[in-house]
Design a protein around this ligand. Structure first.
Ligand SMILES: [Zn+2]
Length: 608
């Protein structure tokens, strides 16, 4: 299918949904056809453009057909209507997670995990030793893959793990430990041998094979160097991947997630979730962003060919009430992560280094601003131009302020070259943004996709970033409020499984910028001096704005007539409770396209 036809079809689908919105409104004049499902007696926070609240909501054919007061609800029911008494509970649109890694998330739920814990070197080794002895983690290939390693929280701070720890467990069985940030892994000698990594292995573009003083690989691989290992890691079977995708969707339902972007979609991601979709088991709208590697950046024609082939195979076209699969986004990494020990985030000014003593630290600019840009601007700009011309929206990982500027510069060049193209670029993470760049998000209609749960004092910020950037730049660390003030349309993305999947904790942190009380006194204060976002802003980020990012804002993201009935019932009203309690929120019911896919507590089946 030609690009022109595809774009025309997409425009037509937007027009169609606009006309169905109109139809739903004009239908109010005539006697309303009875609803399939009627919700009554609740606090329905619609997140429409006026932030309206309703008591009741009617659903027909998987779409919302009416919202309004309880008194008017009976007119929408007949004998076949299923009425759900909300018993005063709050309802909001289903959550749309604008950046996550759902297949890996699912694999983590069912495999050997370090559970994101702050571990000592001994604790790290002991847990992996237990996994190695556990028959549940025996795979046909014999490899042991350990996940959810919170490398930046190792205790005491600064401890560096090497292959020696893993070799002490088993030096013949390949073992790899994947950092939860997804930018590094630790391999034992057996795994390094399988990958052919030796003292002579050079650093690939956009990555690092860490060597010790004697020149031997330490077992740590950073960024694209991970590919050297992943290329030889035996693949899980198709069946194992489908099981992981199913576990992932189950976790999402319980969180209230009704849509997501898979921000690094490999073929197995697409095939696993599509397999579940064909079985009627896809319970969230699934959007996929295949990756363009830095090394592939120059072969623009090849990239477009590859991406359009993936789209032709998997994209299911305009959205329907029943969840489907899209391939409209493309992932590109501008840099790695700013957090020590990686410091692979690209900065505008050097990372600081401590030239003092333990008792008298003296932080001074060091030699490094991070790695070279993973995509130089003269490669990135033409690549973006080709992508958006082919109908893809770029989703760009940029963590440091240098990477953010690079992404914005390429977007600016693309806007200038193609002023009529309505592409919706997103920059994920944006952990540091230079103040001069903040207004550019709005000017370039670029969506910052933020992970609110990072906006707190924690080992990875308090020890892992703040000393290395100094007080001046600390003011622009996790700058959500400043971005909003500068007019940016902020979307939320969890980046799961970089952190455990906990959207409600993330929304809490987005408002308070504080850690959980369990993190202790050291991390009890808010991060920085800037305020958090308002509750409405964090709710919009994870609903309307994430749907804008994914081009589904005409059919999802708010509770309005004509839109899909994607909604959740909560155990508390997050607009009115003390902000700290938002983290404790439990989802009682999740509905996608008018179908109840999860319910518990008050609404555990039957809900009649
Ligand atoms: Zn990510």
């Amino acid at each position: 299918m030609s690009t022109a036809i595809r774009i025309a079809m997409r425009r037509a689908s937007i027009l169609l949904s606009a006309s169905s919105l109109l139809a739903a409104h004009t239908a109010l004049a005539a006697p309303a056809p009875p609803a399939d499902i009627l919700l009554t007696n609740g606090t329905i926070r619609t997140l429409d453009h006026r932030d309206s609240t309703a008591q009741a909501l009617a659903i027909r054919g998987g779409r919302i057909v009416w919202t309004g007061p309880d008194a008017a609800a009976p007119a929408h029911a007949d004998a076949h209507t299923r009425t759900i008494d909300l018993k005063g509970h709050m309802v909001m649109p289903g959550l749309t997670d604008g950046h996550m890694h759902p297949l890996v998330g699912g694999q983590n739920l069912i495999g050997c995990s370090l559970d994101y814990l702050p571990l000592t070197a001994d604790g790290f080794t002991a847990r992996i030793r237990a996994c190695a002895a556990n028959p549940a983690y025996r795979t046909a290939s014999g490899w042991l893959v350990v996940r959810n390693w919170f490398q930046e929280a190792m205790q005491p701070p600064g401890v560096r793990m090497t292959k020696a720890a893993l070799d002490s467990i088993d030096s013949t069985r390949p073992i790899i430990v994947l950092s939860s940030f997804g930018h590094s892994l630790l391999a034992n000698s057996a795994a390094l041998k399988r990958a052919g990594i030796t003292a002579a292995t050079p650093n690939p573009t956009g990555g690092q094979v860490v060597h010790d003083a004697s020149g031997q690989p330490t077992g740590i691989l950073e960024d694209t160097a991970l590919n050297l290992m992943l290329a030889v890691l035996p693949h899980p079977t198709a069946q194992e991947n489908v099981a992981a995708a199913a576990a992932s969707l189950a976790a999402m339902r319980a969180q209230g997630i009704t849509g997501f972007l898979d921000a690094w979609a490999l073929p197995e991601d697409l095939s696993s979730f599509t397999a579940l979709q064909k079985q009627g088991k896809l319970t969230a709208r699934a959007h996929f962003a295949p990756l363009i590697e830095p090394a592939q950046g120059k072969d623009i024609a090849g990239d477009i060919r590859r991406l359009t082939t993936i789209r032709a195979r998997y994209d299911q076209g305009p959205l329907t009430p029943s969840p489907s699969v899209t391939v409209r986004n493309v992932k590109l990494f501008m840099d790695g992560v700013i957090t020590a020990p990686s410091q692979t985030g690209l900065l505008l000014a050097p990372y600081l280094v401590d030239k003092g003593t333990k008792d008298h630290p003296d932080w001074q600019p060091g030699p490094s601003k991070g790695p070279a840009p993973y995509f130089p601007l003269d490669i990135l700009s033409p690549l973006l131009k080709a992508l958006v011309t082919a109908g893809f929206d770029p989703h760009m990982h940029a963590d440091g302020d240098g990477a953010v500027r690079l992404a914005l510069d390429a977007i600016a060049a693309t806007r200038k070259a193609l002023p009529a193209n309505d592409f919706r670029p997103a920059i994920a993470h944006d952990e540091m943004v230079d103040p001069a760049d903040m207004p550019r998000y709005r000017a370039l209609d670029t969506i910052p996709v933020l992970s609110f749960q990072w906006e707190k004092q924690a080992p990875d910020t308090t020890e892992g970033v703040l000393p290395y950037i100094g007080p001046d730049r600390a003011r622009y660390l996790e700058p959500a409020a400043q971005l909003e003030q500068a007019g940016a349309r902020i979307a939320y993305g969890s980046d799961w499984p970089v952190d455990p999947l906990d959207e409600w904790f993330a929304l809490k942190v987005g408002v308070t910028r504080t850690n959980a009380p369990a993190a202790g006194a050291r991390y009890a204060h808010p991060l920085g001096t800037e305020p958090g976002l308002s509750r409405t802003s964090v709710m919009r980020a994870i609903t309307m704005n994430a749907n804008y990012e994914l081009r589904s804002d005409t059919v999802a993201g708010s509770l309005e007539p004509g839109k899909f009935a994607d909604l959740i019932i909560l155990d508390r009203d997050i607009a009115t409770i003390p902000a700290e309690q938002i983290a404790e929120t439990r989802v009682l019911l999740t509905m996608v396209g008018g179908r109840i896919v999860y319910s518990t507590g008050t609404f555990s089946p039957p809900v009649r």
